[in-house]
Design a protein around this ligand. Sequence first.
Ligand SMILES: NC(=O)c1ccc[n+]([C@@H]2O[C@H](COP(=O)([O-])OP(=O)(O)OC[C@H]3O[C@@H](n4cnc5c(N)ncnc54)[C@H](O)[C@@H]3O)[C@@H](O)[C@H]2O)c1
Length: 333
Amino acid sequence: MIRIGIIGYGYWGPHIVRNFHSIEGCDVTIVCDKRTEALGRVKQAHPSVQVTSDIGEALSATNVDAVAIVTPVWTHFELAKAALENGKHVFVEKPFTSTAAQAEELIELAEKKNLRIMVDHTFLFTGAVKKIRQLIDEGALGRLFYYDSTRVNLGLFQHDVNVIWDLAPHDLSIMDYLIKDKVEAIVATGEKHLNAHEDIAFITVYFQNNIIAHINVNWLSPVKVRTTLIGGEKKMVVWNDLEADEKVKIYDKGVQITNREGVYDLLVSYRSGDMWAPRVEQTEALKAECGYFIDCIKNSTTPFNDGRSGLKVVKMLEAANQSIRERGRIVPI
Ligand SMILES: NC(=O)c1ccc[n+]([C@@H]2O[C@H](COP(=O)([O-])OP(=O)(O)OC[C@H]3O[C@@H](n4cnc5c(N)ncnc54)[C@H](O)[C@@H]3O)[C@@H](O)[C@H]2O)c1
């Protein structure tokens, strides 16, 4: 039995508690939040779980093997470091840390103590992302050209981070999972309107081999959009995460360019074939991810969404912030 302590029971914490609670071979023993109102909600939903507002008690509890950190990003480093120092495995929310240096320190500490770190990049466990990864791995899309995502809605405004640190970790982790080529540079622009943090931003990521990605994140959109286009030489994907069914559609569309000898004009031909929607697994991604964390602890294996994958995302977020500050300067990675 792996015993879990969970820190943070705000918006996302209840989902984490519920999912760990539902996994066989895992016991949620303690939930910690500094707000007593939150602890009241824990007691109502899970009467058998011990609650505390004392972070030291949760981090050092002898009936806890692993700690899930579901608090704002600026608290992740201190809490994760203390958990590791107390010999606990760590499940930490995205984004992993506020700086790459903090992420590197935690990775080193976990390795020294032979403990696991898993960063909650929930989308990597969705049926849609798994299906797209399978299509790419099988070569169905052909050479990749681009990844283009729109992730916009009205709110929820974060007080400690800008819209990039809130929403872009999803796309950056998905891209890191789908695209094998290395990231070379980032350009980002954005603007703040209501407080000290950007509420709208546009990020461009340059990869090796001419792959380009664009992410549009916005807290001031009148409608919620979660649509990603992935263009390949052979096929193109449209992933609309808000669709109940048929989230992923594959288009057999493309462009072919031939340049015959003696003909100076390019000969462009367009292919417009079928569209189909493959079956996509419908299980709750977070449940699969929580189960995978427990398995990684039991089997002493390193999760693919470990500290190093969290670090890659933090490096891209830092580069995006730097680029925004300099009004879109290209920042090498
Ligand atoms: N994976 C996802 O899809 C997803 C979705 C939403 C949020 N998140 C992440 O989850 C984290 C939390 O986000 P949220 O929206 O739930 O925030 P929130 O502000 O709603 O909740 C955070 C909770 O942590 C508590 N807290 C803060 N510092 C604490 C401390 N030192 N000790 C004990 N409790 C403390 C607060 O009282 C609050 O109840 C963030 O890192 C966010 O990026 C991930």
